[in-house]
Structures are given as C-alpha cells and as structure tokens.
Design a protein around this ligand. Structure first.
Ligand code: PLP
Length: 426
C-alpha cells in the first residue's frame, strides 16, 4: 500500500546531517558549557556558535536568542514573562486603579491563549481577543481601537515597553505569523508598528512559519518571537524565544542564571547545534524549493476541490504557508475522515495536532466564523517537500473514495434511510 506523510506541521523527520552535527556534543564534547575548564569552554563555544547561526538566519542578534524546550515554553515565557514585568511597572506608576490587559488574536495557539488566560486567573488581567475575518486575517483596525482605549499617558518614545511608566494599560500584544490550522500569514510588521505607536511590545508566535517564510525579526521590529525545532527538522523538545533586551521580562525559571537569567538550567548544547543546523538546512531548502512547494500546494488544493466539490478551502488562498492545504468537508466528521484516510495510507491532521483527541471544533475555524459542525469537518494536509503530480492525483483519488465511503455510511446510519434500506431488503 502507498503511504504519504502529510502532517509536517505537527512534526518533521530529523535529517542525518542534524544528527551527525549534534552527536559529538553528546559523546565527546559533552561538558557543561558553564564549566570553566577547557572542555566546558569547548562546549560553550559550540553553544555560542549555534546561537549566532540561529540569530543570523532569523534576522536577530545572538543575544536575542533564549534557548527553550520548544514553542510552548517560548510562548509561555513571552506572554507570562512580559506581562508580569510590565504589570509591575504599571502598578508602580498607577497603583491598582488601572486594569492591565493582555491582547491576543483570537486564532492563537493554546500555548499563547492559555498563557493569557493564566494571567487573567492569577493576576486579574483582562484578556482581549482581536477578531479575524473568514480567511483568518487579524483585524488590525480592531487592534488599533483596542490599543486606543488603553491610553494612559502621552509619550513619544515610540519604543515598546521601554518606558518605566507604561503609556498603555495593554501589557503586550501577541499575534502569530502563520496560523497552524489554516496557514494564513499575518502582517506582523504592520502589527508591530501599530503596537509600538501605543508603546506596547509585540510577541509573535512564528512556530509554523520558521523554515517556510524568511524571518526578519529586527527588521520587522518584533520584540519577541517563538520558534520550535521539530517543525523544521530538529529533534522535539527544542526551541527558542528571540527576545529584544529593551523589553522587560520576568523569568519563569529561576536558578543558575543561564540564558540572560531568563531561562535558568544547564543548556542543551547538542540541541542548540541541532537547531542551528536544521534551521540552516531549512533556509537553504526554502530558497531552493519555495515556488515548487507553493505550486504543488495549489495543485493539491485544486485537485481535492475538483473531486469533492462540497469541500471548501480554509484560510487565505494566496497569503498562506507553502505546503499547507486545509479544508472543511461539510456533512462529514473530520475525525472519521482522518482515520479513514490514515487506513488508506495518508497521514494528515484534523486541525492542529494539539486539538486531536479532544474532539473539540478547531478554535481557529470557530473564530473565522465557521459553524461548530462544519469546523469539526476540518482536515489539514501539510508537507515540506514539493509533491509530485502522481502523488497529488493519488491523494485526490483517495480523498474522493474516502468521502464517498463516509457519506454512504452516514446516510445508512440516518434512521429514516435505515428504514428505507430495511424495507428494500425485505
Ligand atoms: N505555536 C504554534 C503555532 C504551534 O503550531 C505549536 C505546535 O504545534 C506550538 C506553538 C507549540 O510548540 P511545541 O510543540 O514546540 O511546544
């Protein structure tokens, strides 16, 4: 039986050059990079070289890079860390009379949304969700209006969160670069400009975009940016938060003071090397194959919509990640379709990996205005290598068969039809 892995947005394989590059730091140069002996210095040099390489590939500076255990930790550090530090400044300047706010887009990953809600639960912050349109574009006018409502003082420094006296009751804005469920790419440079007009820092979750879209963290004037290694060919459990030193942050992990005292704990040198090598490889691949990847995405979308006219593409048809095709199949269960496609050899996802198993409608699609029943029919196909025309035709034919089977089954399980079937059989 043929097999095709179309779930790259959940996890990617680790390349042999990544494994080869990290191995010496597990077996030979294994010393603690904080140790003062020569072996420690060797490890520390490798760590700093990796940090420099990661920074260079993302348009950041080496000391922006805070290594973490993945995207979730990076998001938590950004949201909780910045919000707590700026809340202290807010309290010092205005006392208890100002209610702090955390502004997030309504399509953020749970790592962001739940971190914002944690700030609400423990610190009484108000969480404001900025709406999106039917293609998942963040409503930048609504963001501007929200920020305008929080003005506390005039200020012209234009900088994000630097002033000891915050100018706005918003502690930070968080907006993702590319959505994990529908692939829509957001204008984070414009969002950064708007946030900074009001003196508020911007965090960007770029977990899905790194390795697929060129990242220019400083050029876009983003204050904090999260990434996760296993989305671009590094092992799971590795990530980073790129964080400008101008932004106040409270560490979540206290200890020996590693990573600018913002993430204590012995650094994973082999992991940092793996992140750097995987990122460099992904960057080379992106330059080489971006057009082919996007073209095969468009052909796959056309093919699926042709064989299954009731299906609809979700997200922006153009301004979306290359290698990201997402659909709803109204009338069908995404969960059932996912299982059936898997049995026929196609591994894909019914939304975000984290939503699988919860049987909830994907949050992004609900925020985009889809009815819960339609949102539950979502299927996401993601890949980082261009698909061959034969592969696309095969996927389309499997989707057609699978939909026909499931529609047949759901019609037979409709009680009124069952009675007709029984009568016909009698
Ligand atoms: N943010 C987004 C947009 C994601 O898609 C994911 C994971 O899929 C995460 C954050 C969490 O990253 P990690 O699994 O590395 O914790």
């Amino acid at each position: 039986m043929e097999h095709l892995y179309l779930d790259a947005a959940s996890a990617e394989p680790v390349g042999t050059d990544v494994i080869n590059a990290m191995m010496p730091f597990l077996t030979e140069a294994y010393a603690n990079p904080m140790s003062v002996h020569g072996a420690g210095k060797t490890a520390a040099r490798a760590l700093e070289a990796a940090r420099g390489s990661i920074a260079a590939d993302l348009g950041a500076r080496p000391d922006d890079v805070i290594l973490t255990s993945g995207g979730t930790e990076a998001d938590n550090l950004a949201i909780k860390g910045i919000a707590m530090a700026r809340m202290r400044l807010l309290r010092e300047a205005y006392g208890e009379q100002v209610r702090p706010r955390v502004i997030v887009s309504s399509i953020e990953h749970p790592a962001v949304l739940e971190s914002a809600r944690w700030m609400e639960r423990w610190f009484g912050c108000e969480v404001v969700e900025i709406p999106v349109d039917h293609q998942a574009h963040i409503d930048v006018d609504a963001l501007r209006e929200e920020l305008a409502q929080g003005i506390l003082a005039d200020g012209s420094d234009g900088a994000a969160g630097m002033s000891a006296k915050p100018r706005n009751s918003a502690l930070l804005v968080s907006a993702m670069l590319a959505n994990n469920e529908v692939g829509t790419v957001e204008p984070v440079d414009e969002i950064a400009r708007i946030a900074h007009e009001y003196g508020v820092p911007l965090h960007v979750d770029a977990v899905q975009a790194v390795g697929l879209i060129p990242i220019r963290m400083r050029e876009w004037d983003v204050d904090a940016l999260s990434l996760s290694g296993h989305k671009f060919g590094a092992p799971k459990g590795l990530g980073a938060l790129l964080l400008r030193s101008r932004v106040p942050v409270e560490p979540l992990m206290s200890g020996g003071g590693q990573e600018r005292s913002l993430r204590s704990g012995t650094q994973n040198v082999a992991g940092a090397v793996a992140l750097a090598v995987a990122l460099r490889d992904a960057d080379v691949k992106m330059r080489d194959a971006w057009r082919r990847l996007a073209a095969s995405r468009d052909r796959l979308i056309d093919a699926v919509l042709r064989v299954e006219p009731r299906a609809q593409l979700t997200g922006d048809p153009q301004r979306r990640l290359p290698g990201h095709a997402s659909f709803v199949f109204p009338g069908l269960s995404g969960e059932a379709l996912l299982v059936d496609l898997d049995a026929r050899g196609i591994a894909c996802s019914s939304g975000s990996a984290c939503a699988v198993g919860r049987h909830e409608a994907p949050g992004t699609l609900l925020a985009m205005g889809y009815e819960p029943a339609v949102a539950k029919s979502a299927i996401r196909m993601t890949f980082r290598e261009p698909l061959a025309p034969e592969q696309i035709n095969w996927v389309a034919s499997v989707v057609e068969e699978s939909c026909a089977t499931l529609r047949g089954a759901s019609e037979v399980s409709d009680p009124s039809i069952n009675i007709q079937v029984q009568r016909a059989a009698a």
